[in-house]
Design a protein around this ligand. Structure first.
Ligand SMILES: Cc1cc2nc3c(=O)[nH]c(=O)nc-3n(C[C@H](O)[C@H](O)[C@H](O)COP(=O)(O)OP(=O)(O)OC[C@H]3O[C@@H](n4cnc5c(N)ncnc54)[C@H](O)[C@@H]3O)c2cc1C
Length: 330
């Protein structure tokens, strides 16, 4: 078994700054690096991402590997895969962590194949036991947790569920050693972007990283009642989500679907209105810190997962609740 060579995290940027997952990767990365007694390194790849290097240092990285090239600014992961493969081979980290985000989960799977190592995706907890990374992830649609190890291969690779880990706290007095990494991707990038389609604009915060989400289910009765969900969400400053029954029926766009075959979210507050709590729906929201359910059926499965529940017709409950929240926020 090779000697421990620390933890490498692959940071992500958005709109010129660091994406929230980067601080989460560094938070857990620091804990693991301390247990292993190794270095915490962050790699950042992209075009015009030099400023992210100092932010990563402030978030606790000992070393930042900066791969800054216009070739890495294009959508898709092929260029990043070409840049990252030699970088990881050279650094030979004991543990390699990426976010379980749309681009990174594709990148992680392809990178693991190239490196000939295992990969555990969508992890919600990580710990080191006897030098081996124990990776926990929800299975069976979120009804159980399973632990995985890759004892004989290196690096031990995991993708991390967004908002499942405590983010590192920025310390402006902490600086990383920044190393510029040459980027050669050339002919390896075989796909090209022919069209970009923007996600339909929704009002309020985006579902993926929202701290509060209000979801509506089939129990609303029809699209004409969707405004109940939107009004409650607006009162809380929350994003809007939906069950698959609702998106399949075309009441709202598919991008709002929470669940196994939709978006996985981990807000502080999840309010489910007229949602039965099917196992496939719970798979996408079980990481929420507090679930509040409003359902007229006291035996609905959602109540098994809810911290607070209201049994009754949502039409009687949602309007006064939204009005009271607005009043308290004034
Ligand atoms: C392979 C597979 C993948 C799937 N993936 C997903 C997924 O990603 N996300 C997802 O959500 N589902 C998914 N599903 C579907 C899932 O199994 C459920 O069918 C779906 O979640 C049910 O949606 P619902 O809770 O809106 O509807 P229902 O199950 O019909 O529940 C409606 C609820 O509203 C309550 N209600 C009715 N009237 C009122 C009222 N006036 N006031 C208050 N409450 C009321 C009822 O008591 C009931 O509990 C998947 C299914 C399969 C087979």
């Amino acid at each position: 078994m090779p000697a421990a060579n620390g933890v490498l995290v692959v940071a992500e940027t958005e709109r010129g700054g660091l994406a929230p997952i980067s601080a989460e990767l560094l938070g857990v990365g620091r804990t693991l690096a301390e247990v292993l007694g190794g270095t915490l390194t962050a790699a950042v790849l992209g075009s015009g991402v030099a400023e992210a290097a100092s932010a990563l240092g402030e978030l606790g990285a000992d070393v930042v590997l900066l791969a800054d090239s216009p070739a890495l600014g294009e959508p898709g992961v092929e260029a990043a895969l070409e840049a990252l493969t030699p970088l990881v081979t050279q650094e030979a980290p004991d543990i390699l962590l990426l976010g379980h985000t749309p681009d990174m989960r594709e990148l992680a799977a392809r990178l693991a194949f190239r490196l000939g190592t295992g990969l555990t995706t969508d992890c919600t907890a990580l710990r080191v036991e006897d030098g081996v990374l124990v990776m926990t992830k929800p299975v069976y649609g979120g009804s159980a947790n399973a632990e995985f190890t890759v004892p004989r291969a290196r690096p031990q690779m995991a993708t991390l569920r967004p908002r499942a880990f405590r983010p590192a706290v920025s310390d402006p007095s902490h600086h990383a050693e920044v190393r510029h990494v040459p980027v050669e991707v050339g002919a390896a990038v075989r796909s090209r972007v022919v069209e970009t389609v923007r996600e339909e604009a929704t009002t309020g915060p985006s579902l993926k990283n929202a701290k509060a989400v209000v979801s509506g289910g089939r129990g609303l009765g029809g699209p004409e009642n969707w405004h109940y969900v939107e009004e409650l969400a607006a009162s809380l400053g929350a994003a809007v989500g939906a069950t698959r029954a609702v998106t399949d029926a075309g009441w709202v766009p598919p991008g709002l679907q929470v669940g196994l075959t939709g978006v996985t979210i981990t807000p502080d507050l999840y309010v489910a209105v007229g949602v039965s709590g099917a196992v496939q729906h719970i798979a996408g929201c079980s990481g929420s810190r507090n679930i509040v359910a409003i359902n007229k059926d006291p035996d609905a499965n959602i109540f098994k997962h809810a911290r607070f529940g209201v049994v009754g017709d949502y039409k009687q409950i949602v309007p006064p609740l939204a009005a009271r929240i607005k009043e308290l926020k004034r």
